[in-house]
Ligand binder design. Structure first.
Ligand code: ATR
Length: 277
């Protein structure tokens, strides 16, 4: 598709943004559907975020994704956000209608779709142990509550951060320790531990069994120490690629109103992740 005067432009605001796999995933989807759309990376420093968001209006962009460090900062700079976004306290997708900027959190929906797809598991009635209490953990915990998880245990290095999520999520959530692990059906790593060679959460294999589903929000490396340990102990495991795919697919659908071509997006995402390794 050639770029011309009618090309619709979306993109991602982040700092850094150089290693993002999102342009590959979205541009492949636009090409597959023959849409005259383009997805671009924008390196935006936090001090410029307000001006950049205004730029969506001024330049006529059709929307953007937001990544580190903008997901929380942007919340106060938008015209409309839905209830789930407010409870999560973070926004990763912005759309525009009638000149108003609207915030969405497609990470949350992306998580539940990935869990369903990877494990055939519905969050309803599931006991979930979330490791970590940052932005990703918060989106996951709010979604688990919204979909009727039976218990949401949050274990974090800094208990005060876990308490803050518990307050946002309500009575099914509890600050927990790793001792809850044997009772959980689904274990989710939402910490950044595992991104680097030699990182370890220190969970022993004896904590895991075949009844566990273990999901790591990290997708590079493809297998963290947590996933390796859990897999070797017989648990079912999945990395964060599916969550990244489905948050992107949801954003694509919000912007274009078209059904996202999932297999095209998945292949492009995988190639970009491997190419960036
Ligand atoms: P994101 O927005 O991607 O979730 P974040 O907000 O920086 O990222 O959160 C990172 C999470 O990883 C936090 O829960 C952090 O724990 P603290 O709340 O105690 O800071 C956790 N984390 C980071 N490094 C860690 C480490 N070495 N050991 C244990 N937890 C760690």
């Amino acid at each position: 598709m050639g770029i011309d005067g009618t090309t619709k432009i979306v993109g991602i605001f982040g700092a850094p943004v150089a290693h993002t796999a999102s342009p590959a995933m979205h541009n492949a989807a636009f090409a597959a559907l023959g849409l005259n759309w383009l997805y671009l990376p924008f390196h935006v420093e936090p001090s410029h975020l307000r001006a950049a968001l205004d730029g969506i209006r001024c330049l006529g962009l059709a929307g953007v994704n937001l990544t580190v460090p903008h997901k929380v900062l942007a919340l106060a700079m938008l015209d409309d956000v839905d209830d789930e976004v407010r409870r999560i306290g973070a926004v990763n997708t912005v759309s525009i209608a009638d000149g108003r900027l609207r915030g969405h959190n497609t990470d949350a929906a992306g998580f539940s779709t990935a869990i369903q797809e990877e494990f055939g598991l519905s969050l309803r009635g599931t006991r979930v142990l979330i490791l970590g209490a940052g932005g990703a953990a918060r989106a996951i915990a709010v979604r688990c509550a919204g979909e009727g998880a039976a218990a949401i245990w949050i274990a974090n290095r800094t208990p005060a951060n876990a308490e803050s999520i518990v307050r946002a999520v309500g009575d099914r959530a509890h600050v927990a320790s790793l001792r809850s692990l044997p009772e959980a059906d689904l274990v989710v790593n939402a910490t950044s531990v595992g991104l680097h060679e030699g990182d370890s959460l220190g969970l022993p294999a004896k904590f895991f069994s075949a009844r566990h589903c273990v999901f790591d929000t990290i997708y590079r490396p493809a297998e963290t120490e947590l996933l390796r340990t859990a897999r070797q102990a017989g648990a079912r495991v999945a990395n964060g690629t599916g969550m990244l795919l489905h948050q992107g697919a949801r954003a694509f659908e919000i912007w274009t109103g078209e059904k996202a071509p999932l297999s095209v997006m998945r292949d492009a995402l995988q190639a970009a992740i491997e190419g960036n390794a």
